[in-house]
Design a protein around this ligand. Structure first.
Ligand code: ADP
Ligand code: MG
Length: 357
């Protein structure tokens, strides 16, 4: 096991990169502690797989260094990095049995058969595939193939890191939630550093203690699920996490007074910086309907089970509120209130408020 440090990492797939857009990874500095459960979360194309492949050694970065426990491994091939990687699609040997597939990474490294047997059975128990051990892999369903693929990633006890690249893509929706919680459990049992890559916020937030949010080849925020939800450092994180995401509303700011649709709005603390495109960020969970507040008209009400999402227009701007209990009718005139301690100001996308500590 090891601490992983990425230092000044940049990567371009082009032979002669110039402008920032030529880089799939723009500038990455990151420390991953030994034994942690991490997620790398971001939309398709933001550079997640590129970053994983650089850590595992499948790719050499254009610039920067990768350190394991302060040892520079940037130039080392994958087989000298002690990393297990689970890909989006199952990587298994169809002609072998499940047992032999799980045993392969160990036998390949000359592990004694007695220990191979112990590990294979342990991992099979954890993944609930013991009764399939004698089955030939070609007979398995896609779900089970991917489970075995994960097992191959988890079976070695000498790995520094286990990395999963969108491993639940091929898994049936009804099995997804089960495997998701299984992986969390596995991390607690195995205690290796795990990096889980996904574009799905639910997967990231259930698995990880720390989530790294990426956009366009850059890290926008690193935090616990609660931190990402409560104080997004960037409007992108606000949008991307939550369902529906944060309301991001065009606003003006002058001498610390923030206005939205002409009305003064109380925000969480002191405004920092100046200029730039200013926006207010408030999550739908913290917008309430009452007798006082911003005048609005209800455009749409969606019932999503335990609560309703009310979309109301304040002037020309749509604001979403999550409401428990009775929701207003479409077209109704309502008043919206923003909870001040949950109302943030952003400048050019970045958080621009300070709270007294
Ligand atoms: P993600 O895994 O987040 O979906 P990737 O790391 O696969 O993103 O891709 C990041 C960017 O790099 C994308 O713009 C993608 O088109 C580009 N890219 C990925 N792999 C290659 C490749 N082998 N050659 C050229 N461009 C690539
Ligand atoms: Mg990818």
């Amino acid at each position: 096991m090891a601490k992983i440090t990425l230092s000044n990492l940049r990567h371009s797939y082009l032979p002669k990169p110039g402008k920032p857009a030529d880089y799939a990874l723009k500038k990455i500095d990151l420390d991953w502690q030994d034994g942690g459960a991490y997620a790398l979360l971001g939309p398709s194309g933001c550079g997640k797989s590129t970053l994983l492949n650089i850590i595992s050694g499948l790719l050499t970065p254009s610039e920067g260094r990768i350190l394991f426990d302060d040892r520079d491994v940037t130039g080392l091939p994958p087989d000298q990095r002690n990393i297990a990687q689970v890909f989006q699609f199952p990587v298994i040997y169809d002609t072998m049995t499940v047992y032999d597939n799980l045993a392969f990474p160990l036998r390949n490294r000359g592990v004694a058969e007695a220990h191979v047997d112990t590990r294979v059975r342990e991992i099979a128990e954890m993944l609930e595939v013991t009764e399939m051990l004698k089955t030939r892999a070609s007979h398995l369903s896609p779900d089970n193939k991917q489970k075995i693929s994960m097992g191959r990633g988890l079976v070695r006890d000498d790995v520094n890191v286990v990395m999963f690249d969108e491993p639940l893509t091929v898994i049936d929706p009804h099995l997804k939630w089960k495997l998701r919680s299984k992986l969390k459990e596995l991390h607690q049992q195995v205690r290796a550093t795990m990096i889980y890559v996904t574009h799905d916020q639910t997967e990231a937030l259930t698995f990880a203690d720390q989530v790294v949010v990426m956009q366009d080849g850059e890290i926008v925020q690193i935090g616990t699920p609660v931190e990402l939800f409560e104080r997004p450092q960037h409007t992108f994180v606000g949008h991307f996490i939550g369902s529906p995401g944060m309301n991001v509303l065009d606003a003006s700011e002058d001498g610390g007074t923030v206005r939205f649709e002409g009305q003064p709005i109380a925000i969480e603390g002191k405004v920092t910086g100046q200029g730039g495109a200013t926006q207010i960020g408030i999550r739908p969970e913290f917008v309430s309907l009452g007798d006082a507040g911003l005048e609005a008209r209800v455009r749409k009400v969606s019932d999503v089970g335990r609560h309703s999402v009310v979309e109301a227009m304040v002037g020309d701007t749509s604001v979403k509120a999550i409401i428990e209990g009775a929701a207003p009718e479409q077209g109704a005139a309502v008043h919206l209130a923003f909870r001040a301690d949950q109302t943030r100001l952003y400048r050019d996308g970045w958080l621009a408020t300070e709270i007294a500590s």
